[in-house]
Design a protein around this ligand. Structure first.
Ligand code: ADP
Ligand code: ZN
Length: 724
């Protein structure tokens, strides 16, 4: 007897590799087929993977595939992508596959609605009038639901059933309606200005070329980058291909969706974590069948099964929200470029403040670069000034300086809107005992508890721990001695209420704007001038277009600069420039005031002069000699355990086994800045190499030299973005 063929099947589980299975008689499978296989006592879904099964594996160790599912096969380009991400991030391929099979119910046969079709040509003579009325509705081959037939013919459901019993109708599945209408590439959108048209033309050409190319699209805030890349989306549609747009915060994208609808006539398909499981199933399936032509989503949308992807747009490419920090640790912007390459698609990275990584790729010619130099419609860029808090201190216990207060009042007097920006939720970031100096800290994390006065709670923003503020200091028992230190948005609101009791206020933070509907409503109220003063965190920084907003006050411009993060300055300038860009987007000139204790800092200077390019050049000159990214490579190991000694021991072992050599350096182990997080003790090591040295082989060999006990986890973070 001939041995049955064997294939490799990758399971969506964190296993080291694909498993071999036997193909039973009567079944034929090819790579990409979705199959059901036995695993232990269970049955699991898996994907027939590429590569040859191990011929040396004895027959008795092999089990048979149970069957193939009637689902669209996974494309070769998505399989290559899964393998690529797994090897780049040092994750088990099955853990990556799990992200690509994120809606298992979409793989099952999709339920079909029953309907009726003509069984044989009716003979008029034998028909009652009501039966005839039903039958004339059905053209040969057409299928209609029973209720629809009865309704259209104006007869009872019994008449339809009677026709079926008499053999005139037979059951047939209703054709599935389209889940998503096709966006119309030639639906009339806004007429582009001359420079916009030239930029759009370049992007369109890169899509029409049907090959891999990356283009960086930059332009000042309000220059119309979205309208311009919509033309690339239109070109992908004309070519019959699909387009994917990644947005950093899909829940806050109400205005973006309105504009998409205005340009293409219909809404795009959406993908994010808050979809219902039914919508996930329908969307996943529509993407796989090529029905969903344009999908806008969060980073996980990269793993959707597009059969013919022609374009990926990454909007706000510099955003750290694109980095997934848990499970498979990957950067969606970087992986978008890889996905585009494997799909022979065009990739457009969009930002007013691109990351140094992307800028460098544009400078070296790896990416093309298209720039829009002016705001659309002649709007001027806002005036930016730094407000020296040493010269203009706020009143005791207050946080707004007199010049900022005056500017807000003057804005209201002109009937315009103002915004106060502070990237901190809650009332106060720290609570301190005036008597003994004790600070209220999270029991599970090395962080201060943040006071949320409205809820009367002290909260940890890392683990969710929350407690009622104590009456007496937990350390020295002094009564009424705990005081709030520093401001959060709630405290700025309190100050604003005292200053401008009549102003209509709106606080925008992730806890006051919990979802897409709330965000859309907030945007509507602001545009309709139902609000005078906005107070908000970074969720207000990106994308929004508020025509009547002319003043932006940054309460603490120094906030992001503290801490030893490699990219602290870069990130601060990106965030503050985005925030500033909300001001004066239409005819009235906008102004921005930055409250700072160090107005001489290069970040403040660059924001004031508007010379962001110069700032990035200086940043680049600083990073280059030390081989810091993007001129070198980094990978972090985060060792964590509930037992502090176990974490220390493994960190020490890793330190002792660290790779070394020319262009290779290991920093640490050292306690992580968040040395305790959700009850786990954390230590960090950082591998730094020259750019021409790949970190993955070094990491693999390094990890293989150390035995990690069960109580300890070692998380690998290639190209770390956060250093906590
Ligand atoms: P950016 O993304 O560069 O900040 P947007 O694409 O958000 O800029 O455009 C800013 C505003 O200008 C939006 O309200 C947009 O609808 C409008 N706009 C841009 N280009 C045009 C155009 N050609 N015609 C009409 N409105 C435009
Ligand atoms: Zn905590």
């Amino acid at each position: 007897m001939n041995a049955r063929p064997r294939v490799r099947v990758l399971l969506p589980l964190p296993l080291a590799d694909a498993y071999d299975y036997r193909v039973p008689a009567g079944l034929e499978v090819v790579p990409g087929d979705i199959v059901l296989v036995p695993l232990g006592k269970r049955e699991e879904l898996g994907v027939v993977w590429d590569g040859a099964a191990d011929p040396a594996l004895p027959e008795r160790k092999l089990r048979d595939i149970v069957g193939r599912l009637d689902a669209p096969a996974m494309t070769g380009s998505l399989r290559r992508f899964v393998d690529w991400v797994a090897q780049y991030t040092l994750s088990p391929p099955g853990a990556v596959l799990r992200m690509a099979l994120s809606s298992p119910s979409a793989l099952e046969p999709q339920p079909l609605q029953p309907g009726w079709t003509l069984a044989e040509p009716p003979e008029a003579a034998r028909l009652t009038e009501s039966r005839r009325r039903v039958l004339v509705l059905l053209a040969p081959g057409a299928v209609m639901a029973g209720t629809a037939l009865a309704e259209a013919a104006g007869v009872s459901a019994g008449v339809v059933r009677g026709l079926a019993d008499a053999g005139f109708l037979r059951p047939a599945p209703l054709p599935r309606g389209r889940a998503f209408a096709y966006p119309a590439p030639d639906h009339p959108g806004p007429a582009l200005a001359e420079d916009q048209r030239a930029a759009a033309e370049t992007l369109r050409a890169s899509v029409a070329a049907r090959g891999f190319a990356v283009t960086l699209l930059t332009g000042v805030t309000g220059s119309g980058k979205t309208e311009v890349y919509f033309e690339a989306v239109a070109e992908a549609l004309r070519a019959g291909r699909q387009a994917l747009v990644l947005l950093p915060e899909i829940a806050l994208s109400a205005q973006w969706l309105d504009r998409f609808r205005a340009r293409f006539g219909v809404a795009p398909a959406l993908w994010h974590s808050e979809l219902t499981s039914r919508t996930r199933r329908v969307t996943w399936r529509a993407v796989a069948e090529g029905e969903a032509k344009v999908l806008v989503g969060a980073r996980s949308a990269l793993f959707l099964p597009f059969p013919d992807l022609g374009l990926i747009v990454v909007d706000e490419e510099h955003e750290t929200a694109f980095k997934q920090e848990e499970g498979v640790v990957y950067h969606a912007r970087d992986m978008a470029v890889v996905r585009a390459r494997l799909a022979a698609a065009s990739c457009i990275l969009v930002s007013a403040t691109p990351s140094l990584e992307t800028l460098t790729n544009a400078e070296t010619g790896r990416y093309a670069h298209v720039h829009l130099a002016q705001r659309h419609g002649g709007a001027a860029m806002p005036d930016v000034a730094a407000l020296d808090l040493r010269r203009h201190p706020p009143e005791r216990g207050r946080f707004l300086s007199p010049p900022l207060i005056e500017a807000v009042a003057a804005t209201f007097a002109r009937g315009e809107q103002a915004m106060l920006f502070l990237n901190r939720r809650g009332y106060a970031p720290m609570t301190l005992c005036r008597t003994c100096g004790h600070r209220m800290q999270c029991p599970n994390c090395s962080t201060w508890l943040v006071e949320h006065r409205a809820q009367r709670r002290l909260q940890c923003h890392h683990c969710g721990h929350s407690e009622a503020p104590p009456e007496t200091c937990p350390k020295c028992d002094a009564p009424h001695s705990l005081v709030p230190i520093g401001p959060g948005v709630e405290r700025v609101l309190e100050e604003a209420i005292a200053l401008w009791p009549d102003a209509r206020r709106l606080v925008m933070a992730s806890d006051t704007i919990p979802g897409p509907a709330a965000a859309a409503e907030a945007a509507r109220a602001i545009s309709a001038r139902e609000v005078d003063l906005l107070i908000g965190t970074q969720i207000m920084a990106k994308g929004w277009h508020f025509p009547h907003l002319t003043l932006v006050g940054v309460v603490d411009a120094d906030l992001g600069l503290a801490g030893g993060d490699l990219r602290a300055a870069e990130r601060t300038i990106q965030l503050l420039h985005q925030v500033a860009g909300r001001a004066g987007r239409e005819s009235a000139r906008g102004s921005v005031l930055l409250q700072s204790f160090s107005p001489e800092h290069p970040v403040m200077q660059a924001l004031v002069s508007g010379d962001l390019d110069g700032f990035m050049r200086a940043e680049s000159a600083q990073r280059r000699p030390g081989h810091w990214p993007p001129f070198g490579r980094l990978a972090a190991l985060i060792v964590s355990s509930e037992e502090e000694r176990a974490a220390d021991r493994t960190a020490r072992d890793l330190g002792a086994a660290a790779p070394h050599g020319d262009g290779v350096q290991v920093l640490g182990p050292a306690p992580a800045p968040l040395a305790l997080l959700r009850g786990r003790h954390r230590r960090r090591l950082l591998l730094k190499t020259r750019r021409d040295i790949a970190v993955q082989p070094l990491l693999r060999e390094w990890l293989a030299r150390v035995t990690v006990p069960n109580a300890v986890r070692v998380q690998v973070d290639v190209d770390p973005v956060g250093f906590l």
